[in-house]
Design a protein around this ligand. Structure first.
Ligand code: F6P
Length: 323
């Protein structure tokens, strides 16, 4: 019987479990044996395999995190490490591998594919930083987590006439900050892709204060570099230039957990199912995604080469809506 391996790697994301469930159930439905590989590529090198049956993925569609655990592996980044991984897969009898993660995970899959292992990648990261797909698994849930936090912070911000800076994840990609800021009615949004200075933020604060609004929310992506010293630098500047009473909330890993949204569960189920179908069709070195509401697949190299375009139109619109 042919065997498929499945692993999750890099930062976890809500919905990864729903994707694991879809892969395991689809593969078993078509008569395949499935091995879960724990702790990503690191677990592969340590031979941490667990055979998965239908009930091993029962009751997980609603759970955040990943039952297979995740990690980042330095050894796998070396040629020797990857050669060792191929030998281990051969020894266990795994011919094909489904990997769930972000660009680092896909790069690993690409290298394994070059060494003869059939691989399919499923995009799982809260950052939404893979340009070939409109959405990555976990983004929608993380965005909703942020919106929920902003709503709560807004209550206290209003009671105390304060400026609240909410720092969200996103090292290179401002999607979480942009869309959560837009949906949360943030007065200013600071992202890595746009060079916004403190003067502009102060100007915006003053404009809203003039019409009697004394509180405001600034959503700042952790990777934004246009403001020196991030949230702390911005707080200092606003306190100094606007005499504002400023508080900072760093949402951190709260954004990475929690029950996946319906959108993420459905996306993960469709992508997991599609990944196995591709392997059955004999395809390899591909990734799955969603484009214009259609499930698609694409060559890994091509997918990784697609350049992420920041949605400036929505960014400008958010500015208009928050005057
Ligand atoms: O890539 C996902 C992500 O959550 C980023 O947004 C964040 O910068 C990073 O992972 C945090 O990584 P770690 O969990 O290793 O601290």
């Amino acid at each position: 019987m042919k065997a498929i391996g499945i692993l999750t790697s890099g930062g976890d994301a809500p919905g990864m479990n729903a994707a694991i469930r879809a892969v395991v159930r689809t593969a078993i439905y078509y008569g395949y044996k499935v091995y879960g590989i724990e702790k990503g590529y690191k677990g592969l090198l340590n031979e941490e395999f667990v055979e998965m049956d239908l009930s091993s993925v029962g009751d997980i569609i609603q759970r955040g995190g990943t039952i297979l655990k995740s990690s980042r592996s330095d050894e796998f980044r070396t040629e020797e490490g990857r050669a060792k991984a191929v030998k281990i897969l051969e020894k266990i009898g795994i011919e094909s591998l489904v990997v769930i993660g972000g660009d680092g995970t896909f790069n690993g899959a690409k290298k394994l594919c070059e060494l003869g292992v059939s691989t399919i990648g499923i995009p799982g990261t809260i950052d939404n930083d893979l340009a070939y797909t409109d959405y990555t698994i976990g983004f929608d849930t993380a965005m909703n987590t942020i919106i929920d936090a902003i709503s709560k912070i807004r209550d206290t911000s209003s009671s105390h006439d304060r400026v609240n800076i909410v720092e969200v994840m996103g090292r290179h990609c401002g999607d979480l900050a942009l869309y959560a800021g837009l949906a949360g009615g943030a007065e200013s949004i600071v992202v890595p892709e746009i060079d916004i200075k403190t003067e502009e933020i102060v100007k915006r604060l003053k404009t809203t204060q003039k019409r009697g609004k004394k509180h405001s929310i600034i959503v700042l992506a952790e990777g934004a570099t246009s403001i020196e010293n991030g949230a702390i630098g911005l707080k200092a500047a606003l306190t100094d230039e606007d005499k504002a009473d400023v508080r900072i909330t760093v949402l951190g890993h709260v954004q990475r957990g929690g029950a996946p949204s319906a959108f993420d569960r459905i996306l993960a189920s469709k992508l997991g199912n599609k990944a196995v179908e591709l392997l059955i069709e004999g395809k390899s070195g591909r990734v799955v995604g969603i484009k214009n509401n259609e499930i698609i697949d694409m060559d890994i190299d091509e997918a990784l080469a697609v350049e992420k375009k920041f949605d400036e139109e929505s960014y400008e619109m958010a500015k208009v809506l928050s005057i």
